[in-house]
Design a binder for this molecule. Structure first.
Ligand code: CP3
Length: 353
């Protein structure tokens, strides 16, 4: 039988981040930074002032496009991350959401079955989120050809912690209380968020996102079987659904604070890349996590504030530990508003050195 398989005409992946996500070890790791569009940049503060409040900026596609591009222009990062927020999904599901300056987000709370039943169905979130998809479309036409566009959403557990408490909480106490006192209601809420997250990320990919990242900022407070059930399993379901709808789409999972549970997380979640926080050492990550695939992280964000020799030496140490396998350089968590923009350039120079 002659071989009738059509020749593979898909272009080779050339964007450095996509190559690292496909498992390639690159001579210089691609770089981006969590919260790279943010208050440490004077140009961000100026655009945010024009928009009014933070949520108006998220829903203004032209200004959201502009702030997404600002760190790309200033630093030449290898990826842009869509400017939006993980709490737009609860809002699209029907929760009230507002931001108190200097304090953070506030939401209407969900404490019982009636609260879950009042939420919209996952398929009905798109009208609210349409401006976000427009931002993605704008960006996919505006980015330099070597820069990849990352879409994102919060992981169900992290989003649930805000929906249950109505705000950020140091120990996620209210979410743990609902989970442990009324598991059926908690599971119904997790289910609704999981379905909405699949819908939301799928629409971002359809609009042009080339990678998606799932932020589980509070995964570290889940222990034992709860971690597998409420951090790993939702990440696995979301990843599988996205890859079924969009074959080949790379997924970055960030179960922040997972510690020992980072080990094997690639395999358990199906994610192409596991992002690690700075509570684990880069050397430990190389030995225990990078053996399974691409990793991203994990310089301490505070070096962007303090700078100096420690910034350069810690950046070099992190790169040296992780450059022997598939790797994307990043911070261990988001850059903070008090960071010095010049320190970001020093970090990039130390990586690309
Ligand atoms: O990384 C980026 O540049 C893309 C945009 C982005 C934002 N939030 C913009 C933002 C992303 C990826 C997020 C994710 C996000 N949002 C997370 C997960 C990551 C993490 O940091 O753990 C969480 C938990 C949120 C919820 C949220 N949004 C909080 C708790 C706050 C207030 C705290 C703070 O930093 O002020 C926000 C506000 C927010 N989201 C800002 C930005 C730039 C600051 C808002 C402003 O301009 O006043």
């Amino acid at each position: 039988m002659p071989d009738t398989t059509p020749p593979d005409t898909t272009p080779p992946k050339t964007k450095p981040i996509l190559r690292a996500l496909a498992g390639e070890t690159l001579p210089v790791p691609p770089i981006w930074m969590m919260r790279q569009a943010g208050r440490y940049l004077p140009e961000y503060r100026a655009t945010r002032a024009r928009a009014g409040d933070f949520l108006s900026l998220c829903y203004n596609s032209d200004l959201a496009t502009e702030v997404t591009l600002q760190p790309i222009r200033r630093y030449g990062f290898d990826a842009a991350i869509l400017f939006a927020d993980i709490l737009l999904v609860p809002q699209a599901l029907g929760a009230d959401l507002w931001f108190v300056t200097g304090e953070g987000p506030r939401l209407s709370t969900i404490t019982d079955r009636a609260g879950v039943d009042r939420l919209k169905q996952a398929a009905d979130i798109h009208e609210t989120l349409a401006p976000i998809y427009q931002t993605v479309r704008n960006l996919s036409g505006a980015l330099p050809p070597e820069v990849a566009l990352i879409g994102f959403a919060g992981a169900p557990w992290t989003v649930a912690t805000y929906m249950i408490a109505g705000r950020g909480t140091p120990d996620q106490g209210p979410a743990h209380a609902l989970k442990d006192s009324d598991r059926a209601v908690f599971d119904a809420l997790m289910e609704r968020i999981t379905e909405a997250t699949i819908e939301y990320l799928s629409a971002q990919i359809a609009a042009g996102a080339e990678v998606v990242k799932i932020f589980d900022s509070w995964a570290g407070s889940l222990t034992g079987a709860d971690f597998e059930r409420y951090a790993t399993e939702p990440a696995r379901r979301i990843t599988a659904a996205l890859k079924e709808r969009h074959p080949g789409i790379p997924v970055i999972a960030f179960p922040r604070g997972a510690g020992e549970k980072y080990v094997g997380f690639h395999g358990r979640s199906g994610a192409d890349c596991v992002a690690v926080d700075d509570a684990v050492s880069a050397e430990w990550v190389a030995e225990n996590v990078q053996v399974d695939g691409c990793v991203q992280g994990n310089l301490k964000s505070s070096h962007m504030v303090t700078g100096g020799e420690a910034l350069v030496s810690e950046t070099r140490r992190t790169v040296e530990a992780l450059r022997h396998g598939p790797y994307i350089f990043n911070l261990g968590h988001g850059i903070t508003p008090d960071a010095d923009p010049d320190n970001v350039q020093r970090m990039i120079d130390a990586v690309r050195g």
